[in-house]
Design a protein around this ligand. Structure first.
Ligand SMILES: C[S@@+](CC[C@H](N)C(=O)[O-])C[C@H]1O[C@@H](n2cnc3c(N)ncnc32)[C@H](O)[C@@H]1O
Length: 272
């Protein structure tokens, strides 16, 4: 079997046995990730990995983790968080206050082990202080990868994973937990972690900010365009979409979203 046939057979097997639909990942990306597992298992190529996967169910979870790489950090891309703190969140708070609306909804789509939604929760709490009681804030962190989701739910991080967190914030929003740190109850209560497949599951709506950072980079162009329009439809009027620094807006979303900061990849849904 040549490499392309083996790749197609692997996609079918991963879908039927592991329940992960790989059709919308770029082939080049998928091949690269699969080769990581081929080498790790001392095999010769995709063809051999196909047979291996059939007879080694314990490989399934590792493969999901490898395909859906979940590298992340607290306050990843500090300049984006500065923009968020100085422009985006104050704008949303101002509008909500003017309109007498209390509900503030955020979605971190592809949240990995939770660093992104917890960073946003900390930022909102810092900005609002005691005024936070006047709002009903919910931050939804969703991902497809069970391993990442279980870490996100625990909210426990090592010192190294917290290296980007300002010492004052570390002191205020984390508590020692063995050799590690755990996010405080107050921050945890602002965040809901849930399994959700961006390619297949129903979209949620009425968000004020959607983060989809460093996720769609692995998806095909067609899927990226569809996803961007899904996010557009999931936003409230005046809501913001924030994508990864190396990602670009493509398809119809380019026409309907207003660029707020090109370098920070921040866009807004304005009234049509
Ligand atoms: C590189 S991490 C990005 C984490 C965070 N957004 C950040 O920028 O630091 C990409 C995440 O996207 C998730 N992901 C990949 N495909 C997905 C899908 N179809 N639905 C939901 N999440 C997905 C992965 O499991 C992974 O945790």
């Amino acid at each position: 079997m040549n490499d392309d046939d083996a790749l197609e057979a692997l996609k079918r097997l991963i879908f039927s046995e592991i329940n992960l639909d790989c059709q919308q990942y770029k082939d080049k990306y998928l091949k690269r990730r699969l080769m990581v597992r081929v080498r790790a298992n001392g095999l010769s190529g995709l063809d051999e990995y196909l047979s291996f996967l059939r007879t080694h169910p314990e490989e399934h979870d590792t493969l999901i983790g490898t395909i859906t790489i979940n590298v992340t950090q607290f306050f990843r891309d500090s300049s984006m968080y500065n923009y968020l703190a100085e422009q985006v969140i104050p704008d949303i708070i101002y509008n909500k206050t003017e309109q007498g609306r209390r509900v503030f909804r955020v979605w971190s789509a592809g949240c990995s082990s939770g660093e992104e939604p917890y960073s946003v929760a900390i930022l909102i709490k810092e900005l609002l202080g005691e005024r936070i009681d006047g709002f009903q804030i919910s931050i939804h962190g969703t991902d497809i990868d069970d391993g990442s989701l279980s870490k996100a739910k625990k909210g426990v991080y090592s010192r190294d994973q917290l290296k980007n967190v300002d010492p004052k914030l570390l002191d205020t929003y984390f508590e020692p937990f063995g050799e590690n740190y755990r996010v405080t109850r107050e921050i945890k209560d602002m965040v809901r972690i849930k399994k959700h497949d961006l390619m297949a599951d129903r979209k949620q709506t009425n968000f004020d900010i959607i983060f989809n950072r460093n996720v769609m980079i692995y998806f095909s162009r067609e899927m990226q365009e569809r996803l961007l329009m899904d996010f557009y439809n999931s936003l409230n009027n005046g809501g913001y979409l924030i994508i990864g620094k190396t990602e670009i807006l493509s398809g119809k979303a380019r026409d309907v979203l207003t660029v707020i900061s090109g370098p920070e990849r921040i866009y807004r849904k304005d009234k049509a």
